[in-house]
Each structure stands twice: as C-alpha cells, then as structure tokens.
Design a protein. Structure first.
Length: 156
C-alpha cells in the first residue's frame, strides 16, 4: 500500500483573512436586513444567521485547510480529501477502469471531473483517464515518481 498527501505549498493567509472579513460583513448585512422582519417572523434572523455561519465556515475550511491523499492499495486507487484527522472519500477507482495516466500538457483541452491539486500550476501533474458508466472521465493529480511508476506498470 502506498499513501501520498498533497497539500498547499504556500499558506494563503491574506485570502483566509479576506474571506473571514467578507463573511462577517455578509452576515452582519443579513442581520440588518432580517431584523426588519423579526416582528412577523421572530426566528427568521437566527435561522438565516446560523445557516450562513455554517455555510461560510465550511467553505473556508474546505477551500483553505484541506489536503488530498492518494492511496494505492492492491488493485485500487483511492482519493480522499483530508480535513483535520478525517478523510472524506472523493473517488475510488479499480485499476482495470483506468485506461491511461500521462503527464499533463498545457495544450491539452481536457475537462477534468476531479482535480486533486491546489492552484493553477499543473507542472509535474498527471492526467488520469477512466471509464465509468460507459463514459470517459479525466482527473488531475500529482503523484510522486515512485507512485507514477507503480501505476504505469499496473495499468499496462
């Protein structure tokens, strides 16, 4: 079994700070607007604020603090999103369903179903092609040279 973890190289402190401030302003504005209707619907403000708080916090945590893990075990390649100590499965593929893994090229005009990398710099990334339900799909990931070599041998 091989496990690799892909995480952000740089920590986006300014983006996180801006997102938090923007969320606070949005929630405050929502409270201001909703307070005009509290006479008719007294719990409306609380429900809206709670919903917005959960939504914005979840979005910030997923966007800025998650990692991806690639796990190759036996004849299966699994991709998970890691948030803290929890792993959330995103894609599980049998190696027999993967038809091709090749280096990413800028000139390729592919539409990825999954991107397991951060940012828009796709150097050292690989494109995987798999078949599900009779359709071809593509995913983008950044395995080590060792994992790529093992995958290449098992897929051929």
């Amino acid at each position: 079994m091989m496990i690799e973890v892909e995480e952000r190289k740089e920590k986006p402190y300014l983006k996180v700070f801006t997102s938090v401030i923007g969320s606070v302003v949005l929630i405050d504005f929502t409270i201001f607007i909703a307070n005009k209707y509290t006479g008719k619907y007294p719990y409306l403000t609380n429900i809206i604020v709670l919903f917005l708080l959960i939504f914005t916090c979840s979005l910030i945590i997923i966007k800025f603090f998650s990692k991806y893990s690639y796990t190759l075990e036996d004849d299966q390649l699994n991709f998970h999103r890691l948030i803290g100590k929890r792993a959330f499965p995103m894609l599980q593929l049998d190696l027999k369903d993967i038809s091709n893994i090749r280096p990413y090229r800028d000139d390729s005009d592919l539409s990825f179903k999954y991107k397991f990398v951060f940012g828009n710099n796709y150097t050292d990334c690989y494109v995987g092609e798999y078949v599900a339900n009779g359709n071809e799909y593509y995913f983008l990931f950044k395995p080590s040279a060792k994992m790529y070599n093992v995958l290449s041998k098992k897929i051929k």
